[in-house]
Design a protein around this ligand. Structure first.
Ligand code: URA
Length: 273
């Protein structure tokens, strides 16, 4: 079994294929970069052809208006649907689950892989895990329309098998394009695999949750680093429905609200108790 690929390894592979010196900066040592002092821009990925013939052109452009972000997300969605070597090429039969929410959301939630309810609806987090995520978002005083939700993989896997590093290497980069298009102030990774893909940190979720990490965009993208709060996946919360797990999730979500200067609602029984 090959070592799980992180986003950094994948981007480095792209860069090597291109002969470009646009390798990502090291992630560790998580320095926070103030958004205000960063030039807000996104990377546009053009002419993406997947490995082995990877062609990537990185162009820094201003982050843009809400409408521009909508257009960028629509472009990524249609390109993903036709070029993703997992979703477009494998014999995935159901609907793709690209992601949804406010194109200029302050908070972006990142899950792992859609299941049957999501595949049927073509929307992320639709089943019991979705109800739990909705509850978490409501506890924050927000609605789905206020945030952006996507997952590392955008199609259900046969037999709901666990994602392989190859699946993630194929589909995961489109999530990064979504992050660059939305440029949230905070990413909330749900569970270990999403945390690993976004942060490049291979620590168990119960160890890393609640500790601020950083997503560093690839060099060449003049987009700020984004703080990441790893927390438990809603499915885990449902499976391990203990007072402690729920209190930990609520503590993580409160930290997110505090980080972006939003009022922190007082104790919410459904999530906290
Ligand atoms: N779990 C995820 O991680 N993503 C979804 O979209 C649904 C369930």
């Amino acid at each position: 079994m090959p070592d799980p690929l992180t986003v950094h390894a994948v981007l480095a592979r792209f860069d090597r294929a291109l002969g470009l010196d646009v390798s990502p900066r090291p992630l560790h040592g998580s320095r926070d970069v103030s958004r205000e002092t960063q030039q807000r821009a996104v990377v546009q990925v053009k002419d993406v052809v997947h490995a082995p013939a990877v062609v990537r052109a990185v162009v820094a452009v201003p982050a843009g208006s809400r409408e521009e972000r909508v257009a960028r997300l629509a472009e990524i969605e249609s390109r993903h649907a036709t070029t993703c070597q997992l979703c477009a090429v494998s014999n995935v039969k159901g609907k793709l689950v690209f992601g949804e929410g406010a194109p200029d959301a302050e908070i972006m939630f990142v899950g792992e892989v859609p299941g049957e309810p999501e595949e049927r609806a073509g929307r992320p987090f639709m089943g019991p895990a979705g109800e739990k995520l909705d509850e978490m978002i409501r506890a924050m005083g927000l609605t789905r329309a206020d945030v952006y939700i996507a997952s590392v993989l955008k199609s259900r896997l046969p037999g709901d098998r666990a994602p392989t590093p190859e699946d993630i290497a194929a589909c995961g980069p489109y999530l990064l394009e979504q992050v660059l298009a939305v440029q949230p102030r905070v990413l909330v990774t749900l569970g270990g695999p999403a945390t690993k893909w976004i942060c490049g940190v291979d620590a168990g979720i119960s160890r890393i949750r609640g500790t601020w990490q950083t997503w560093t965009p690839p060099a060449g993208a003049s987009c700020p680093s984004i703080p990441v709060m790893p927390t438990y996946h809603p499915s885990y919360v449902l499976r391990t429905y203990t007072r402690q797990v729920r209190a930990e999730v609520w503590s993580d979500l409160r930290a997110v609200l505090a980080r972006i200067g939003r009022a922190v609602p007082t104790r919410v029984a459904a999530t906290d108790a």
